[in-house]
Design a protein around this ligand. Sequence first.
Ligand code: NDP
Length: 287
Amino acid sequence: MPAQIIDGKAVAARMTAEVATNAAAFQHSTGIVPHLAAVLVGDDPASAVYVRNKQRACEKAGLKSSLHRLPIDTTEAQLLDLVEDLNADSTVHGILVQLPLPKHIREQVILDAVIANKDVDCFHPHNVGLLVQGRPRFLPCTPAGCQRLLAEYNISTAGAHAVVIGRSEIVGKPMAMLLVQRGAVADATVTICHSRTKDLAAIVRQADIVIAAIGKARFVTADMIKPGAVVIDVGINRDGDKLVGDVDFDAVSQVASAITPVPGGVGPMTIATLLRNTLTAAQLSAG
Ligand code: NDP
């Protein structure tokens, strides 16, 4: 039987509506409109699309968004100045620096400069530390989006073997950290794989839940999937004018019990979580 399709678009729409309701109530009681400031350096078309989508989502949820667009030859010092201004601006609650930054700017330096209470991407070491300790201030957007999909589709994670392919700071590591925590939609036995992993296919075949975050089109093939496993595809890759995931969707959906499509799976959930984090940041600012 073909796999159930996990509809991230529909779940994200519900989440956005929840944020809208909560943001309206927050505004009613405090007079504060949660405000996300996005910073985009250079003219990478994909980054511009991502930022535009995030801004549109803010509008849908009744949040304010502003865009700070800087030329590609912006220096690290200039970008740091902007981040400092946004840190100090009490009308800005969340700061999003769209990655990747131009090569001459050290991403770590910039991301570390965003103050922890406005770090809606959950990259700051303080926020990552809180996450590791199981008392998060913000949830990392893409991993938390994946976790919410598991929750919405009643996928049992307690005691399940979850294999995360990819160990990036943005997806792989925080994904593993969420699933290994004690509690709901967690309590999994987690394996993290990466480019140095030996016999990756054999490890992935043991998984009850596979999270693919590699950045290689259709990397995960049907023979790597245990029949009945749940597959969450984080990847976004271009194949001509088509977007495809890290999973060979057509073949894997014949073996898995549930699978996310690309597009329409994890992507919208990332944005919905960002909105929720922006509301959280505004609530923090209001004490
Ligand atoms: P990175 O390039 O930062 O990380 C990729 C990871 O995959 C690395 O840990 C790398 O291992 C591992 N990897 C690469 N090749 C192999 C291989 N042959 N076998 C096993 N592991 C391998 O990517 P990101 O985590 O930032 O993104 C991953 C994908 O998810 C991309 O397609 C990206 O576009 C997408 N993405 C989607 C989002 C969404 O909202 N849907 C949000 C963020 C990302 P090593 O560390 O050893 O190099």
